[in-house]
Design a protein around this ligand. Structure first.
Ligand code: MG
Length: 248
């Protein structure tokens, strides 16, 4: 069942998602060669505390970090640790906050120093795929319209969409109905209504779509070792236009 939020609930979601976006942007600005992923995780903890919020990820199904940091071939769910970010890496930062009874969720992939052209294109295409998906979050469309828009942009660029992980409804819980795959058919699935709130999050690989989870039981990596990017916004379906909640 897809939960429709009241205007008051949407207002509460604006608040937590704006905070989440702020933390995302501050962490993204810290990414540079020489910093460890744990330093980013610790900075996240301090930022979130300062805002009076809590991390929605820490302890979620036992996740041991305050954010997810995933580098290069790591797709999602990287745990902050001793790994040092190097020149030419791409770094995905996924941030989730809890505040006022609601959850905010957003992710961005940024470059550490100079990156090669392939990685530059990957970031551009993944961001464009997210924008294309968000543009379909309008009442009267179907859920599959979002999925199809994302897949179309990614595959037109010769990249592939991760299938094991998907976007999701979000609100009082981080993962609500529906699941939002980054692939699918237009005109299919539930009809979108104002007050639905979705975390839309394409995960895109330069190479094949297959991923596997490392021995830490969390970090998902591409099977072929190719680079992967992840962009995510939390969005409210609008009557005539989508509203991106994770803007600063
Ligand atoms: Mg998410």
């Amino acid at each position: 069942m897809i939960i429709i939020k009241t205007p008051l609930e949407i207002e509460a979601m604006r608040r937590v998602n704006r905070m989440t976006a702020r933390v995302r942007d501050e962490l993204a600005a810290m990414v540079r060669p020489g910093i460890t992923t744990l330093e980013l995780g610790n900075a996240a903890f301090e930022l979130v505390q300062k805002l009076g919020a809590t991390s929605a990820f820490y302890g979620y199904h036992g996740f041991p970090g305050h954010i997810c940091v995933s580098i290069n071939e790591e797709v999602v769910h990287g745990i902050p640790g001793r790994r040092v970010i190097k020149e030419g890496d791409i770094v995905s930062i996924d941030t989730g906050l809890a505040f006022g009874g609601f959850i905010g969720d957003t992710a961005v992939t940024v470059a550490a120093g100079e990156i090669d052209d392939k990685k530059k294109k990957l970031l551009e295409v993944t961001k464009a795929a997210l924008d294309a998906g968000i543009s379909k979050a309008v009442a009267g469309n179907r859920l599959g319209d979002i999925s199809y828009a994302i897949q179309t942009v990614v595959e037109a660029a010769g990249f592939s969409v991760v299938r094991e992980f998907v976007g999701h409804g979000i609100g009082r819980d981080m993962h609500e109905d529906p699941q939002i795959p980054n692939f699918g058919n237009p005109g299919r699935g539930p009809k979108l209504k104002p007050g639905m709130t979705f975390a839309i999050e394409p995960m895109v690989n330069v190479g094949g779509s297959k991923v596997k989870v490392l021995d830490d039981n969390w970090t998902a990596v591409t099977c072929d070792g190719s680079a992967s990017a992840h962009f995510e916004h939390t969005v409210a379906v609008g009557a005539t236009a989508p509203e991106i909640l994770t803007l600063t």
